[in-house]
Design a protein around this ligand. Structure first.
Ligand code: T4K
Length: 371
């Protein structure tokens, strides 16, 4: 059997992409907001149903720019989760701000609002919450906390492209939302990212942050980055966007197949179902409790790997295990932060349209033997 990976990129039809490449060769417009970029940006504004959707060259740079947008005081504290990809914490650090890590909620694995409350100090300036694995944060509670303390609320939405909560776009929550269009994401532009906000008036500021702060040939008005997406990325995205619903449908079916044999297995928890939330179908995480199940997460990971099935232990090690953040505590309402337990229990199974029934049977076999 060919190796099976946790992710497989969504690809446009090659001939369609070749035609678009030929068009780029003809116009010689490679970057700096060309026609493909402009089209993709307006299509995403519609798709995400937000007044402001601004493309970036990747999700990490978009996160850095989103934090910069609010002029947070130097060295102030940004409360975030340690159960995320390193980029979330790094973006805080690159802005000269201090990440303050707090615990996650059992089952949901998103940032715990009670732990956020507890971690707020006079130096706190923002909350950077992550809709991890596609499970959405406690958006109402977080907004109430942010309002009460005058904090900015920014969402890392890398895992929730196209999610809605009771019909409202995930990209419209908080002060800003940041998406990743990396190859491993449901919607990809090779590499790419986006900032969305609920205010049309943010457009100009985000534009300057993305393009060196250049206002005109003679004027630079802010300390901007080079966060621009190029024309080949944008064209790739334009061809991929219409393919997202079908990919999402395949993943939804796959979710049902996985849940068919995992739900009810003692010691295994599948992803939380959130009423009113449309799941983006980005990841399929499970939590394996060795004491009840008999085998550990790492045992299952190894057994799958022996069959050429590469599940991933996202996001273990967690941020506070990484060298730059090793001295940072995890604030919690518990004596032992829940995240320190669950980090050794989460496993993301291969989750994309390339997973066949044969693969599912192989994976089921591993779990059944273990049970
Ligand atoms: N915030 C959050 C919450 C995120 O999850 C991420 C990114 C970001 C921020 C930052 O956004 P970006 O700056 O990346 O836009 C991957 C991705 O590189 C990373 O984008 C993603 N999160 C993270 C969760 O996963 P790795 O180290 O797991 O990537 P890699 O190369 O091991 O890929 C996983 C599997 O996917 C491979 O085994 C095979 C398959 N694959 C991968 C690539 C890159 C392909 O089939 N083709 C490919 O081109 O980090």
């Amino acid at each position: 059997m060919e190796p099976l990976f946790v992710a497989q990129p969504l690809l446009p039809d090659l001939a369609d992409f070749q035609n678009i490449v030929a068009e780029v060769w003809r116009t010689k417009t490679l970057t700096n907001g060309g026609p493909f970029h402009q089209r993709l940006e307006s299509e995403l504004e519609r798709y995400l149903d937000v007044p402001t959707a601004m493309l970036f060259n990747n999700g990490t740079v978009a996160l850095m720019a989103a934090l910069k947008l609010f002029d947070l005081p130097a060295e102030s504290e940004v409360i975030t989760t340690p159960l995320t990809f390193a980029a979330t914490a790094h973006a805080v650090h690159w802005n000269g701000l201090k990440p303050v890590f707090v615990d996650v909620l059992p089952d949901a694995l998103t940032i715990d609002p009670a732990a956020v409350q507890k971690a707020i100090t006079s130096k706190t300036s923002a909350i950077l919450a992550v809709h991890v694995y596609g499970t959405v944060c406690e958006v109402d509670q977080l907004q109430a906390i942010a309002d009460q303390h005058g904090l900015r609320l920014i969402y890392d939405s890398a895992h929730v492209f196209g999610t809605t909560i009771n019909g409202r776009s995930i990209g419209s929550y908080g002060d800003a939302s940041v998406f990743s269009f990396h190859a491993t994401k449901l919607f990809n532009t090779l590499e790419g990212g986006l900032i969305s906000t609920n205010k049309a008036s943010d457009k100009a500021d985000i534009y300057y942050l993305r393009n060196f702060g250049i206002k005109s040939e003679d004027e630079v008005i802010s300390v901007g980055l080079n966060g621009k997406m190029n024309e080949l990325q944008a064209a790739f995205g334009l061809l991929n966007l219409p393919r997202v619903p079908e990919e999402r449908r395949c993943r939804s079916e796959l979710r049902q197949k996985y849940e068919g044999f995992l739900t009810g297995l003692p010691g295994i928890k599948v992803q939380l179902k959130q009423p009113g939330v449309t799941n983006a179908e980005q990841y399929f995480p499970i939590i394996i409790d060795q004491a009840t199940y008999g085998l550990s997460r790492d045992d299952i990971y190894d057994r799958l790997k022996a069959k050429g099935i590469y599940a991933r232990k996202y996001f273990h090690p967690i941020c506070t295990d990484f060298v730059p953040y090793r001295d940072y505590p995890v604030h919690s309402i518990r004596n032992t932060p829940y995240v320190n337990t669950v980090k050794s229990q989460v496993l993301c199974l291969p989750f994309h349209s390339g997973v066949t029934d044969r693969h599912v049977a192989e994976i089921k076999d591993v779990f059944n033997k273990a049970a």
